[in-house]
Write a protein of this length. Sequence first.
Length: 165
Amino acid sequence: MERFVERLMYATRWILAPIYLGLSLALVALAVKFFQEIWHLLAHVTEVPEADIVLVVLSLIDIALVSGLIVMVMFTSYENFVSRMDIHEDTEKLDWLGTLDTNSLKNKVAASIVAISSIHLLKIFMNAASIDNEKLLWYVVIHLTFVISAFAMGYLDKMTHKKAH
């Protein structure tokens, strides 16, 4: 009975596979939004002020960062929790594929969140004149919370690696 339960539990890891595949649909949605923003920008580029163009470009960078984060989470999580990806030798393979463990992924996610938060904060600062000072303060506090959390996670990871070696 114990062996059956253990095999069943181990097989349930495949429940994660459709979840990771579902993340690719989020990637498609972001790609659609990315090209929608570019199309709208190019259609009105001569009419839009430079500051607004910068805001759109920052939004595009934000979409690109989140998209990369989705790919990293999809592939790394699949390889760490479900199964190794069987990529043929004649197929181009991502250098980092198979090299990220859950701690490395966690640190990369934290760094990406800080980068995304930085872009949002920059967008807010470009429009600071129309935003209440108390709201600006909260945006900065939230961003600093992300920065401190990412730093703390990286520091703790470094400390645990030192103890393991």
